[in-house]
Every structure is written in C-alpha cells, then in structure tokens.
Design a protein around this ligand. Structure first.
Ligand code: AVJ
Length: 328
C-alpha cells in the first residue's frame, strides 16, 4: 500500500513572562491619564472572544461576511498572481477565512505550509488539528507570539509566501503604530512575497456606527466585558452596570471609537495595583479605535512602509476592501 502523506504540526511559543504583566501595566498607564484609555486586546478573554464571534454574525456588522465574499471571488486570482506555496496568517484565530485561501492554493497545486501567528496557543493548536485532517500533506508551523514583536521567528520560507492580515484588525493601530507595524512586516518579507490586507472602508458614518452599536446590544456587552476582565484579573470593583457603551465615528480622523461612559460619578479600587481611580459623571474610557480606509490612506500607509499596491479588491457595494501588495 502507498503510504499516506501525513500532515505535520509544529508549534513554537515566544511569549515569555515579560508578556504577562501587560494588563496591569496598561491599567496603570491608561487609567491614570486625563483621557482614560485601555488597548482593545484586553477585550478578548474567553467571553469576549465569544461575543466577538457573535458580532461577526450580526446584520449590522458587515465586515466579516463582506470580506469572506471578497476572498471567495478573488482567492483564485490572488494565488495565481503570487504563486504562493505558503500562507502566513497574522492573528489567525479560528482560521475560518483561511480555508478560502488554502483551498485556492490546493487547487493551484502549490500549497505546502500554513504558518499561523497568534497569541493563543489553544486556538492555534485546535485550528492546526482540523486543518491537517482536511488538507492531507499540509505542514502547519504555528508561531505563538505577538505579531508586533515575534515576526522574526517565522520559519525559513519554502518558496513565495502570501502574508495575510484579515478582518480589518490593522485599523486598531493608531496611525504611527500602523506604519511601524507595516514596516516590521516589510522587513521580514522576501522579494516575491505578497501581503493580503483586509481594511474597512470609509463610508456613511451611520452605517459604520450601526456596526459598532448594534440593536441587539452585543457590541455593548463586548465592550463592557472589559470591566469584567479588570474585576477578575486585577481584583477591581467596577460596577459594570454603572457604565454605558458609546460608539462614534470621528469624521476627521476617519476612525470609529468605542468608549465606556460612567453614568454617574464612580470610585473604583484596583486591588492588585493598590490603585484608586475616579470617574466623574459622564467621563469616558476609550477601549478601541478602528480606522477606516480610503484608497489614498491605504496607499500612503503602504508606501511609508516600502510596500506597493498590486491590486485592490472590493465588494460591489464598496463596504470593505482587501488589498494585495508587495515590496517596492
Ligand atoms: C476585530 C478589530 C476588526 O474593529 O471591527 C468589532 C473589533 N470592535 N466590534 C473591529 C470590533 C467592535 C473589530 N476588529
């Protein structure tokens, strides 16, 4: 009998002890400022990740299904154009949309390896186990780490690579960090590698605001969940019901902001940090920015990082964009 090619899974973690203090550091930095702020990564504990998955199914949240639709129609030309043998996915999560790309690579006969880069080892291992079952012979090399710092640990390329950063997550970076991130990415890309980047598009502010303040209140729960995280992880005593979810599109900066607004004056104790925080009535804590893009903003960011746009794919309603770029 012919031996059946077996997929291989290798997972390496680069997260160290130094990474575990970030919530405490971020709270100490962010909640003692005149304009209170916490980074959006703390929205994603187990409950937060569940709520985010629910958001992706909401009628108002057009991003996920629109991006999937764009990928379905464009995966084949992308693969033909890049000749990629390897898919390097940043912030891979459950690797759902990944399959559309892997399918196209398999069909083209080029698929050899999938390299998910993600902070969650459990998520990467679960996705890897499912993928090697469904793609016989596929090698999966997981890199557990932060894609702002651990991209230098990618395995030696097997050939032309397709880097994918989907979902519009790049919008979470403020403009300076966004360019720094893209520059870091450009640095680890070899000539012949391509980047497939998902970005939400600037449009009618009402459409954007509805996507971040849905009628079922799921996004509100997702946002408020950050206070539960602080209560649990740092022994804080936020009265979660005393805060309300706020989402608004900043037309000048072309990004949406999520905030938590104190309904009335609040005094909060953060036991683990021996810290007391006061909120005045209606004071807000910013929990996320999510930048929206015009073609100009996209080109500018790519150019600043030494990347050039090869193709810009959109859905017929121009709700979302997926761009393909390469080293200039
Ligand atoms: C996962 C960062 C792309 O900004 O749209 C969804 C997160 N926040 N609803 C986004 C999010 C509120 C999402 N990203």
């Amino acid at each position: 009998m012919e031996p059946i090619l077996e997929g291989t899974v290798e997972v390496r973690s680069y997260l160290g002890l130094a990474d575990e203090r970030t919530l405490a550091d971020d709270v100490l930095d962010g909640l003692t400022r005149p304009l209170k702020e916490l980074p959006p990564k703390h929205l994603y504990d187990a409950r937060g990740s569940e709520l985010f998955d629910a958001i992706c199914e909401l009628p108002e949240y057009y991003q996920t299904r629109t991006e999937r639709q764009i990928l379905r129609t464009q995966a084949k030309p992308v693969v033909a154009r890049t000749g990629a043998v390897e898919l390097v996915e940043l912030g891979s999560g459950s690797a759902d949309k990944t399959r559309v790309l892997l399918d196209a690579m398999r069909e083209a006969g080029t698929l050899r390896r999938y390299v998910p880069v993600d902070v969650s080892e459990t998520t990467v291992r679960a996705a890897a186990a499912r993928l090697i079952d469904d793609y016989p012979g596929l090698a999966v090399h997981g890199v557990i780490g932060d894609f702002e710092r651990h991209l230098t640990h990618l395995p030696e390329p097997l050939g032309p690579r397709l880097f994918a950063f989907l979902g519009g997550t790049i919008g979470n970076f403020p403009p300076g960090s966004r360019r720094r991130f893209l520059r870091g990415l450009r640095k680890v890309m070899a000539p012949g590698d391509h980047l497939l980047l998902g970005t939400d598009v600037v449009k009618d502010p009402h459409v954007i605001e509805a996507a971040y303040d849905d009628s079922a209140g799921v996004t509100a729960q997702f946002n408020l969940n950050m206070l539960h995280v602080l209560n649990r992880e740092l022994g804080a005593n936020f009265d979660v019901d005393a805060f309300e979810h706020v989402a608004f599109f900043d037309r000048k900066r072309e990004w949406i902001e999520m905030r938590l607004r104190a309904r009335e004056e609040q005094h909060v104790r953060v036991e683990a940090l021996n810290l007391d925080i006061d909120f005045s009535a209606r004071e807000e804590l910013r929990t996320e920015i999510s930048a929206k893009f015009t073609p100009g903003r996209l080109r500018g960011d790519l150019a600043a990082a030494g990347l050039e746009l090869v193709e810009l794919y959109a859905d017929p309603d121009k709700l979302f964009a997926v761009s393909l770029s390469r080293r200039r």
